[in-house]
Design a protein around this ligand. Structure first.
Ligand code: ARG
Length: 467
């Protein structure tokens, strides 16, 4: 084997090149090339540090930086040619750089692909978290807008998918705002835990060379609120830790799960059976056979994607479990699930935001559904409880009223007073006021409840939080 055909980066101890099948099997450049901008950033910071500590001359550094900038614009314009035979993003860039700038042969001083990929991914997570954060804020805004418009539209709330108690559409939508709000907290946590610089950990045990880890960390923005460098504290952990991958993908799975539950609620609301709302046409599809159909495909896909996101998380958990320290090549497989989770989460957020924005509530259908007096049976229990009847006894009495109304084929609120008083003597003529929906909602006026004052306060609070 001639020297020139040898594997450029690690070919020294080999007399044979990898089989073509091995190259195809082991390449990652087909998916890790999306890390190119972060990899270039790392190389720029690393070479600046090498110059700072005297391991590179200023001229060598300038030449390397020139080459890196050239490659950056080629990558950005799509002109850079990626070669699978060069395994990964790091080796593709390094080879291209050394061809242009011979001084770049010094770039890998005190660095390994192990700490390089760990750093690239941390930069990726920081930027991905900001994009997910923006997507979450957008969907929260869309939900708040709908909530604001529909504060006085009431619908049945459900447990066991059976009508339970009345709530406003706003209160229902605000439940999802809470979920996405927790997702914001989770994403902020992922951002913060990714914000540590592994560069300088080398392959496993650092380096004997006099590098300045804090310099590199600061150059890459791995700093705390006070601007102090944040460098990882154990080289073995740093090159094999995949917690940020897991935290990120878990956060994406949870966002997917919340989106999927919202999708399911909207699918139900927009079915002929419920009829509470109408979906925007631009996120629906028709049927090739049945001309009347308007299908909620976007929302169904969101539900489907949630399964895919959970699969991404499962892949990662299974991959990392039981791996000995430190780096093992298994870990190269960590990227496809992470990138997939990122992309699908972002898309799903955008799609649901579009659907929520275009949603139209069917006011009359909501009013009909919520006029079911059984929805206020619990308020009648409270009526007795407020008059000193033990709750269990009151509950039993209202159960008997419901059964009576059912057997007489009348609505609960239509039962005559004497029949009601026969079931419990504490009832008076004012018992029918329990069925006044406006009154019933207004009396739910403590924090977290669906009363209009509370709901308005929640909407206001969230708007302030988003600003
Ligand atoms: N492409 C590799 C990965 O993504 C980079 C690290 C390679 N390290 C190694 N020791 N082969 O995991």
């Amino acid at each position: 084997m001639s020297d020139s055909s040898k594997q450029a980066t690690w070919g020294g101890r080999f007399s044979e090149n990898p089989a073509e099948l091995m190259l195809r099997f082991s390449e990652s450049v087909s998916f890790d090339q999306r890390l190119a901008s972060f990899d270039l950033q790392c190389s720029e910071a690393h070479s600046a540090m090498l110059a700072e500590v005297g391991l590179l001359s200023e001229e060598e550094k300038a030449a390397i930086h020139g080459g890196l900038h050239q490659i950056k614009s080629e990558v950005e314009s799509g002109k850079f040619s990626w070669d699978e035979a060069l395994e990964d993003v790091h080796m593709n860039i390094e080879k291209a750089l050394t061809e242009r700038v011979p001084e770049a042969a010094k770039l890998h001083t005190a660095r390994s692909r192990n700490d390089q990929i760990a750093t690239d991914m941390r930069l990726f997570f920081k930027s991905a978290c900001l994009e997910i954060e923006a997507g979450l804020k957008a969907i929260i805004s869309a939900l708040l807008e709908q909530a604001e418009k529909n504060q006085s539209i009431y619908i049945p709330g459900y447990t066991h998918l059976q009508r339970a108690q009345p709530v406003s559409v706003a209160h229902h939508l605000l439940a999802y705002v809470e979920m996405f709000g927790r997702d914001l907290d989770r994403i902020a946590f992922v951002y913060d835990s990714a914000n540590w610089c592994p560069l300088g950990s080398g392959a496993i045990a650092g380096s004997t060379l006099p590098i300045d880890r804090e310099f590199t960390a600061k150059a890459l923005g791995f700093v705390d609120a006070a601007g102090n460098a944040r460098v990882t504290r154990n080289s073995m952990d740093a090159v094999s830790d995949r917690d940020a991958h897991l935290d990120f993908t878990y956060s994406c799975s949870l966002i997917g799960l919340h989106l999927s539950r919202l999708a399911e609620d909207l699918i139900l609301w927009c079915s002929s059976e419920f009829g509470f709302a109408e979906l925007p046409q631009n996120f629906c599809t028709g049927s090739s056979l049945m001309p009347q159909k308007k299908n909620p495909d976007a929302l169904e896909l969101v539900r489907g994607k949630a399964g895919r996101l959970i699969g991404d998380l499962q892949s990662l958990l299974t991959m990392v479990k039981g791996l000995p320290l430190t780096y093992n090549r298994d870990l190269q497989e960590d990227k496809p699930p992470v990138f997939d989770a990122f992309l699908q989460t972002l898309l799903s957020l955008q799609v649901v935001e579009g659907v929520v924005t275009g949603l139209k509530m069917e006011v009359d259908k909501c009013a009909t559904a919520v006029s079911d007096p059984n929805l206020l049976a619990t308020d009648v229990v409270d009526y007795l409880a407020q008059r000193g009847v033990p709750f269990r006894e009151a509950h039993h009495a209202i159960g008997a009223l419901v059964a009576l109304a059912e057997s007489e084929s009348v609505s609960l609120n239509e039962l005559p007073l004497d029949a009601v008083q026969e079931i419990h003597s504490v009832f008076e003529a004012d018992w029918v006021e329990c069925f006044d929906l406006g009154r019933a909602m207004a009396s739910r006026d403590q924090v977290g409840m669906p009363g209009p004052v509370q709901v308005a306060a929640q909407i206001k609070g969230w708007k302030t939080r988003l600003e």
